[in-house]
Design a protein around this ligand. Structure first.
Ligand code: FE
Length: 187
């Protein structure tokens, strides 16, 4: 990657400063804050939740502060009966528009190969143990289609506004390798 970057900079195709700005923007401005806002809104606004599950690209684009989502985004909803996890078995496709930069493990061969075969064991490695009765479904991302997990709203958050709800939404819970924080974990 560094070699490629060096050549592109030397040939004048890209500027180091511009690259740094793009990376910084994805790290600090985009994600996973945008995803967290989307989930918080889905938790508190039933009609937005319906639109999100129907057409996530369209629904997310209606949030003024988000803008257009570049790729086809599909939102998948967790329930007590079903837990969703996202992977890209081929490479590292990831919903950058809503989650920012992918975590390093997301691109690892270990995660990509194992999550498909033994999702429950991988989940346990992340510290998440679900009832045996909960089905786990793994979604394989592609260059065209990216997935966003809509976790279940934590109990004890009645009356919370969207900003406060968003503080419970972690990056990993939108990939499906984690759960939202408990209300007691945030101030
Ligand atoms: Fe990929």
């Amino acid at each position: 990657m560094r070699a490629l970057e060096k050549i592109l900079v030397e040939k004048g195709y890209v500027e180091t400063a511009a690259l740094d700005r793009i990376i910084e923007s994805y790290e600090t401005k985009v994600g996973p804050h945008i995803g967290a806002r989307v989930i918080a809104k889905a938790w508190s606004d039933p009609s937005f939740r319906r639109s999100l599950l129907e057409d996530a690209t369209k629904a997310v684009s209606t949030l003024a502060e988000v803008g257009r989502v570049g790729e086809h985004l599909v939102a998948v909803e967790n329930t007590p009966q079903l837990h969703n996890m996202v992977v890209c078995t081929l490479c590292s496709c990831y919903p950058w528009d809503v989650l920012g930069l992918p975590p390093v493990w997301y691109k690892s061969f270990a995660y990509r190969s194992r999550v498909v075969k033994e999702p429950r064991a991988v989940l346990a490695d992340f510290g998440v143990v679900l009832p045996a009765s909960t089905e786990i479904r793994v979604w394989d991302s592609t260059a065209e289609t990216r997935f966003l997990v809509v976790p279940m709203r934590p109990a004890g958050t009645d009356g919370w506004n969207e900003t406060k709800l968003a503080s419970l939404v972690t990056r990993d819970c939108m990939i499906g390798t984690g759960l939202p924080k408990n209300p007691g974990e945030v101030a």
